[in-house]
Design a binder for this molecule. Structure first.
Ligand SMILES: NC(=O)c1ccc[n+]([C@@H]2O[C@H](COP(=O)([O-])OP(=O)(O)OC[C@H]3O[C@@H](n4cnc5c(N)ncnc54)[C@H](O)[C@@H]3O)[C@@H](O)[C@H]2O)c1
Length: 374
């Protein structure tokens, strides 16, 4: 097949392009090489060498889609804007409007397309699902965002609406969404639009809601995301990793290799069509434990530092259930220590890997997206 991968010069996109080339597909990449991820504005050399067609273009531009979609049988739409900055409109133009443009072009041309796979996110769940340990009747709560006045006082846990006991996270399935920041809303818009238009116009579409993806090639120039990058930058430079809140937030990190296998699976499995699936790591890891793992893997001698600040819009805990995708034969297999080792070996080969965490935090404090407790 000839397959278009938007965002194919990026982290997940480049691994996906590799996997598709391994399977003998022809790959075309559409990527705007946006800074800061692409400081040198270059496509990955190895993808060119492997025969991927690399096209520089912007997914917000209809003409770019018209050229990029020419003759393709399937599309992975992975290009996206993801950040903690208050440039709200960019999330929607890059993530949501681009998706509408892609379907506009496919529909206008009546182009046969055997699969569209859009990258969505665990962020569509907002705070995710919880139960109250003290109220047996409250088993599957989907609370809204945490109250600012509680966060300002360092009260991190969500209180039970009935008895105020701290709620405990449960594995969140795909049945309900509750996005509560611009990125999440833009991704929710993207997947909803894709699934609706795919169904209406007979374009088999799948949405994949990735949990936090980790691995080599994840940009370390984007100063505002990527816990593995943040911890590694600190530890390698002899500084303790900083954990926001109390460091007890739970996540289900997933390796980019497991994500790539999920991407490939849904390309050929018709049972996936018209559905949204979680793609997560299926293990609960606290931020604090993750920091300790990075310290051990790097052979450093320090402890995670709990700063008590919080990022506006962060979720307390969120854990995606992967049962639905597991029913199609996929499961995450890469262990977290292996993910960390792979990342640390990769950054060791990157000449410009430096600690930008203080600059990033200062900027976020100034913008009000990172806040101190009172
Ligand atoms: N990395 C994660 O943890 C994670 C988690 C959930 C969802 N996702 C989603 O997975 C997808 C891939 O993420 P990633 O981590 O590989 O990001 P990335 O930043 O490494 O790659 C994104 C690519 O998109 C390109 N791009 C950005 N704006 C563009 C535009 N206007 N036109 C064309 N190209 C543009 C960038 O140049 C970059 O190469 C995104 O849709 C993201 O929202 C990622």
């Amino acid at each position: 097949m000839r397959i278009l991968v938007t965002g194919g010069a990026g982290f997940i996109g480049s691994h996906t392009a590799d996997a598709l080339l391994d399977l003998g597909h022809e790959v075309r990449i559409l990527d705007a090489l946006t800074p800061p991820v692409h400081a040198e504005r270059r496509f990955p050399e190895h993808l060119r060498e492997r025969g991927a067609e690399c096209v520089e273009g912007d997914v917000r531009d209809r003409e770019a889609w018209e050229k990029a979609l020419d003759g393709v049988d399937a599309v992975y739409h992975l290009a996206a804007y993801q950040d903690y900055l208050p440039d709200f409109s960019t999330f929607f133009t890059t993530n949501t409007v681009s998706t509408a443009l892609m379907y506009e072009v496919l529909v206008a041309r009546g182009q046969p397309c055997s699969r569209v796979i859009v990258a969505s996110s665990q962020a569509v769940y907002g705070e995710g699902a919880y139960s109250c340990p003290a109220c047996p009747a409250l088993r599957e709560l989907r609370p809204g965002p945490r109250a600012r006045e509680r966060l300002d006082r360092g009260l991190w846990d969500l209180p039970c609406p009935s008895c105020e006991t701290a709620l405990e996270p449960v594995w969140t399935d795909e049945s309900a969404t509750r996005p509560h920041n611009s990125y999440a809303l833009s991704k929710h818009g993207e997947e909803s639009l894709a699934l609706m238009l795919g169904d209406r116009y007979g374009i088999p579409t799948v949405a994949l809601r990735y949990s936090i993806v980790q691995g080599a090639r994840q940009s370390f120039r984007n100063a505002y995301s990527g816990v593995l990058r943040i911890f590694s930058q600190r530890v390698i430079n002899g500084r303790a990793p900083l954990c926001y809140e109390d460091g007890r937030q739970l996540r289900d990190y997933v390796s980019v290799h497991d994500v790539t296998r999920a991407n490939v699976l849904v390309l050929g499995d018709d049972r996936a069509v018209g559905r949204a699936f979680n793609v997560g790591g299926a293990r609960r890891v606290s931020i604090r434990d993750y920091a300790a793992l990075v310290i051990r893997a790097a052979g450093a001698n320090c402890e995670p530092e709990i700063v008590g600040s919080y990022r506006v819009g962060d979720t307390r805990h969120v854990l995606s259930s992967t049962e639905a995708l597991q029913a199609l034969g996929w499961r995450p297999v890469v262990e977290l220590p292996d993910v960390v080792d792979e990342y640390l070996s990769w950054v060791a080969s990157q000449p410009d890997f430096r600690d930008v965490t203080s600059e990033a935090d200062n900027r976020m404090y100034a913008l009000g997206t990172l806040r101190r407790t009172r």
